[in-house]
Design a binder for this molecule. Structure first.
Ligand SMILES: [Mg+2]
Length: 360
């Protein structure tokens, strides 16, 4: 953290074995029993999540369901019900949003909250974390683990460290002692390949990574080396981005002289599509719906929309869709004084994978 910079207070809220917990809450016959949510254990599906009773048998997310069945034949196997998890998430996240508007949705069961400007009467992030945990339990009948730290990196590792049903606060002065003994794999963005490469350099823990000279990390990992260096020092400047508040993203232009030629309109739409796509990529989100807005010279305004089954953040796809929609208007015949391109039905760019492989 730079000298004189204000300390942020970030919460990472992570529901405990979320999908399984929702089923157990709603069906008292499941209480105390091993519960596995995922694919058919008789087929080739994988485990999305397992409750702690099932984890005791060695069952974990992304494991083949058939293997889970062999480890614990008496476990209850349930098919996922995403609309139900999504409805529940909306209610839980509504509690978060009463605390701060700065809520970033990571997946159906995981969110970052920036409470720096919303510390309430106590002035303490730890009190806010306690209140959130109390309310989620009382109002939703579920448990959420919360990590508190000066940035997303530390808050996330803290919530992992206190699961299940835990609270872990890491004050800025203790970030280094908290991170140092951990294996490098616990840092965001360190996957098996990076872990392996670091091991070859004799680096297994965060403390060991912290003392590797930056130039060595840059030589080995290029720009990612700088991120590793920052993370090993407990620094993470990523902002909490509440894109889920956002229902759409778009841009429009009013022309001083009406456009009358279709190719000129197409050029405008392509430029706007690039701008919109840049906005999506920057927020790490994707859109399912493209909407074109056209205002004719007589001020009559029409919109045309198309919704994809698979979300996109691609400027070419958004542009060609907008051009196609333009041909479903009378723009070519009447001319236009305004054009607009917007996207909606926004989802996290990673949502689909997260839904396949479950929560943690
Ligand atoms: Mg979770």
């Amino acid at each position: 953290m730079a000298e004189g910079e204000r300390v942020r207070r970030i919460l990472h809220c992570d529901m405990d074995c979320y999908y399984a917990a929702v089923h157990v809450r709603d069906d008292s016959s499941l209480a105390g029993r091993p519960v596995v949510v995922g694919g058919d254990p008789g087929g080739r599906g994988v485990v999305a999540t397992a409750n702690y009773e099932a984890r005791r048998y060695g069952i974990h997310s992304a494991m083949p369901a058939a293997r889970a069945k062999r480890l614990c034949p008496e476990a209850v196997f349930l098919a996922p019900d995403f609309p139900r998890y999504r409805r529940e998430s909306e209610r839980i996240f509504a509690i978060y949003r009463e605390v701060t508007p700065v809520v970033e949705t990571v997946s159906l069961d995981e969110a970052y909250l920036d409470v720096t400007e919303h510390l309430g009467s106590s002035g303490r992030a730890s009190e806010i974390a306690k209140e959130i945990r109390r309310r989620v339990r009382a109002e939703r009948g579920l448990t959420v683990s919360v990590g508190v730290g000066p940035n997303c990196l530390v808050a996330k590792i803290a919530s992992d460290a206190c699961k299940p049903d835990g609270l872990k606060v890491v004050p800025p002065a203790r970030v280094r002692s908290f991170l140092d003994p951990l294996p490098v794999r616990r840092l965001h963005g360190v996957g098996p390949a990076t872990e392996h490469a670091l091991a070859a350099m004799g680096v297994a823990t965060v403390a060991q990574l912290r003392v590797v000279p930056l130039r060595d990390l840059l030589a080995r990992f290029h720009s990612h080396g700088r991120t590793l260096h920052e993370y090993a020092h407990g620094n993470d400047e990523r902002p909490v981005e509440p894109f889920h508040e956002r229902k759409s993203l778009g841009t429009e232009n009013t022309y001083r002289r009406d456009l009358s030629v279709l190719t000129a309109m197409d050029e405008q739409l392509d430029a706007m599509a690039r701008e919109v796509a840049t906005g999506l990529v920057r927020r790490d989100i994707a859109a399912c719906t493209v909407t074109l807005k056209v205002r004719y010279p007589d001020f009559t305004t029409v919109t045309r929309s198309l919704t994809f089954r698979v979300p996109t953040a691609d400027s070419g796809r958004i542009g060609s869709t907008a051009r196609g929609l333009l041909r479903r208007t009378e723009a070519a015949r009447r001319g236009v004084r305004l054009l607009g391109v917007s996207v909606s039905t926004l989802v996290p760019a990673t949502m689909r994978q997260l839904e396949l492989f479950g929560d943690g």
